[in-house]
Ligand binder design. Structure first.
Ligand SMILES: [Zn+2]
Length: 451
């Protein structure tokens, strides 16, 4: 080979080598561009990591910040040690907003400055601090004598022992501003029960019937008039917490009322219970004295007006009056003899069949029980009056039922009598009223004359 051809071949090899290097370089560049997204993410993270001082001035305006810039700079990650381009030269104090001078409490007023308590009682005066826009209205309560009265953080004064002391409330922010409450704790004057009197000390009851003596405790201003009722034999008669004595079966027992306050003060009721069978045909069913065309009373059964029924009636009249309704009695207790005369008059006037619809034969009148009353106007014209409606809707609240309701003549044996009420006691009257039944239906009994 000549020198010149050798040089040419060498130049060719160099040229190919250079070409290869160029090609490889451009391929590497292409591949790198396909990863450009990841690089962008890394770039933005790098920007975030730049300290606040390096962020252009217009990005964070100090005036607009509620927190001084010096504090904002604290939020910047601390792991960046790079020296800021412009060092943070802010004086923090220069950017703290001016706090107005605190408005101090100048006066304390109370709803009361004199408190008189019995031992064990407590009272909390209401505090007002002035001026109303005072910055700190905190209160400190103190007492001059814990043995007389204590006070808690809210100003609740508790009477501890007899004596006098001063309770003081002081302003937390202005300790020279205070208000005093003069506290006097007095001995509680306790009036004990000394005597008990009863409206009756002897009762005779048929099994199933009940009676409630009225209790009066003396002196009238006794502090605690609570009653405790007991019976010596609840097989003979029971007594409830209000003193209602209910006859159970034949026998005698003693019912006692004791003062809860003074247990040595008591009163006793002698109770005699007569069984129904021996009560000359008087019928109690479920404790209810029953009188209708089937069940009669003996001719000598002559109890007069029942006092409990009468008080209930008075209570009802008072309630009616409050509703603008005037009620009064036209006929209450009637003896066997009175009923006999009445019935015979009606028979003479209207005939027996007609009289039996509205007037009971002697011994079969509920009026002979002393538990029934005719109100206002015992005639058919009473039906539908405001008074009749009030009685129908309200009498059960006082222990009465309208005994002969409309449309029930075949069951009760008597025509509609909106004026005739029968006392059953509040509980039973409520139950019968709620049932919507006549007394005959409620007890499951008939009302038909034997002949
Ligand atoms: Zn009647």
């Amino acid at each position: 080979m000549s020198k010149s051809s050798t040089a040419l071949i060498f130049a060719l090899i160099i040229g190919i080598a250079v070409l290869a290097v160029v090609c490889a370089a451009s391929f590497w560049t292409f591949n790198n561009k396909s990863d450009s997204t990841d690089d962008a993410v890394e770039d933005s993270e790098e920007i975030n990591a730049v300290p606040v001082a390096a962020i252009p001035d217009d990005a964070v305006t100090m005036d607009e910040l509620s927190v001084p810039a010096a504090y904002a700079a604290d939020d910047v990650p601390k792991d960046v040690d790079e020296e800021p381009d412009e060092p943070l030269l802010i004086e923090p104090d220069a950017y703290v907003p001016a706090i107005p001078d605190e408005i101090p409490v100048t006066e304390i007023r109370l709803t009361t400055y004199d408190v008189s308590l019995y031992e064990g009682e407590s009272k909390m005066p209401i505090v007002t601090m002035y001026p109303e826009n005072a910055a700190d209205k905190g209160e400190i309560w103190t007492t001059s004598d814990e043995q007389v009265a204590s006070v808690d953080g809210l100003g609740l004064i508790k009477a501890v022992g007899i004596g006098k002391c001063t309770v003081t409330v002081t302003s937390v922010s202005s300790p020279d501003v205070k208000a005093d409450v003069a506290v006097e704790v007095k001995e509680r004057v306790y009036v004990p029960v000394e005597d008990i009197s009863l409206s009756t000390y002897e009762v005779t009851l048929y099994a199933g019937s009940s009676k409630m003596p009225i209790v009066t405790m003396y002196p009238k201003n006794a502090a605690d008039k609570s009653e405790i009722w007991t019976t010596s034999d609840d097989g003979v008669a029971t007594v409830d917490s209000l003193g209602r004595i209910t006859a159970v079966s034949e026998g005698n027992c003693t019912v006692t009322v004791t003062s809860a306050d003074s247990p040595e003060v008591r009163a006793e009721v002698s109770v005699s219970v007569i069984p129904t069978q021996e009560a000359q045909g008087i019928t109690y069913i479920n404790g209810i004295l029953v009188v209708n065309k089937t069940y009669a009373l003996p001719s000598d059964y002559n109890p007069g007006v029942n006092s409990e029924a009468k008080s209930a009636l008075d209570e009802m009249f008072e309630a009616a009056k409050n509703d603008g309704i005037s009620l009064w009695v036209v006929s209450g207790f009637r003896s066997y003899e009175t009923q006999k005369g009445l019935y015979n008059r009606y028979v003479n006037r209207d005939g027996k069949a007609e009289a039996d619809r509205y007037s009971a034969r002697p011994g079969h009148s509920e009026h002979q029980t002393g538990l029934a009353f005719d109100l206002n106007n015992a005639s058919s014209s009473f039906a539908g009056t405001p008074e009749a409606k009030w009685i129908e809707n309200n009498c059960y609240k006082y222990g009465f039922i309208v005994r002969y309701p409309s449309g029930k003549e075949s069951i009760t044996g008597f025509m509609y009598e909106p004026w005739h009420v029968r006392y059953l006691g509040k509980e039973t009257a409520q139950t019968v009223y709620d049932s919507g039944l006549t007394l005959e239906e409620y007890l499951g009994i008939d009302s038909k004359y034997a002949e």
